[in-house]
Design a protein around this ligand. Structure first.
Ligand code: 13P
Ligand code: SF4
Length: 304
């Protein structure tokens, strides 16, 4: 019933529903496009819909608005934040950057529009290594806001980027001990990890990549069992694409015994319906902010 109502509104209002792989299965099922943050940004830039309904978190919807400023961008729940983005407030960042005025500011897309506006280039987990490798070897870089992704890029590229001390509360809580425990239980399983995980977890991974890259790996690889170190929402698409394979998600029993991003899970079918019906909550950003934040995002898209 609610799906029919969403479909009627989507059609009559020429709206597109974009969803991240971490959203609830029933939300992913009704989306026009499900992807990682890079693919979703590309979709938002390319769509000819009048309304973009973004089932994800705030920084993703803001990115969609920056890339498609003439379109109405809706988010089902304005409380859908992100611990990385929320822990890098612009005032604190400006003070921090004062010490590094001769550095290039490289920002992970998980940051606010204000932070994007003071950045030189935006990266996602899907293109960060490629972009850093394309920068001159002697370029001084500040990377923010994820210390785990930053440390991973430093290790892989041999750089010494200065890192902002932020982390994703979902990925940062996953431990190597838990991965070892699962490896003992499932000795034939390969380990897939998102680069927002700690270095100790990444050290045990057979493959490290964005949500889309992990999905691609699981689909094309010959193994039949995988230990997955990321948010649980990805299992929906993984299992759908690989019905004969087994996936075991890494959890942390000491903290919450789960690894769900509570922000992503705020997106429900009911809220999507209401957002489409009332055309709110809408992402509103000042024109000047959009202009400043667009520049570093466009640089990223040029590299991809
Ligand atoms: P992806 O870009 O890999 O989809 O990751 C987004 C994110 O928020 C991970 O926590
Ligand atoms: Fe942010 Fe972490 Fe949630 Fe991704 S999983 S949206 S990084 S809080």
């Amino acid at each position: 019933m609610i799906i029919e109502q969403i479909n009627t509104l989507r059609k009559s209002k020429n709206a597109i529903i974009l969803a991240h792989y971490y959203t609830l299965p029933d939300v992913q099922n009704i989306a026009d496009f499900v992807g990682d943050s890079l693919a979703l940004a590309r979709q938002a830039a390319a769509t000819d819909a009048d309304i973009i309904l973004f089932a994800g978190v705030n920084f993703m919807a803001e990115t969609a608005k920056i890339l498609s400023p003439k379109k109405k961008v809706l988010i089902p729940d304005v409380e859908a934040g992100c611990s990385l983005s929320d822990n890098c407030p612009i005032d604190e960042l400006n003070l921090f950057l004062y010490k590094y005025s001769d550095h290039t500011v490289l920002s992970y897309i998980n940051c606010s529009a204000e932070v994007k506006a003071v950045s030189d280039i935006i990266v996602t987990s899907g293109n960060a290594l490629k972009i850093v490798n394309a920068l001159p070897k002697n370029e001084k870089i500040v990377f923010l806001p994820d210390r785990n992704l930053g440390a991973y890029i430093n290790k892989e590229t041999g750089r010494e980027m200065v890192l902002w001390n932020g982390a994703c509360h979902v990925h940062d809580q996953l431990t190597a001990d838990e991965v070892y425990r699962l490896k003992e239980r499932y000795p034939n399983a390969k380990v897939l990890a998102h680069p927002e995980c700690k270095a100790t977890v990444l050290a045990l991974a057979d493959f490290i990549g964005s949500t889309a890259a992990m999905l691609q790996f699981a689909k094309s690889d010959i193994a039949t069992e995988y230990i997955v170190a990321t948010e649980t929402g990805i299992l929906h698409e993984m299992q759908k694409q690989n019905p004969k394979k087994q996936f075991y998600v890494v959890t942390n029993p000491e903290t919450c015994a789960c690894n769900e991003c509570e922000y992503m899970k705020l997106n429900t079918l009911e809220k999507i319906y209401h957002a489409l019906l009332t055309e709110s909550p809408e992402i509103i950003l000042e024109e000047q902010l959009i202009k400043k934040a667009l520049n570093p995002i466009q640089k990223m898209l040029e590299y991809f």
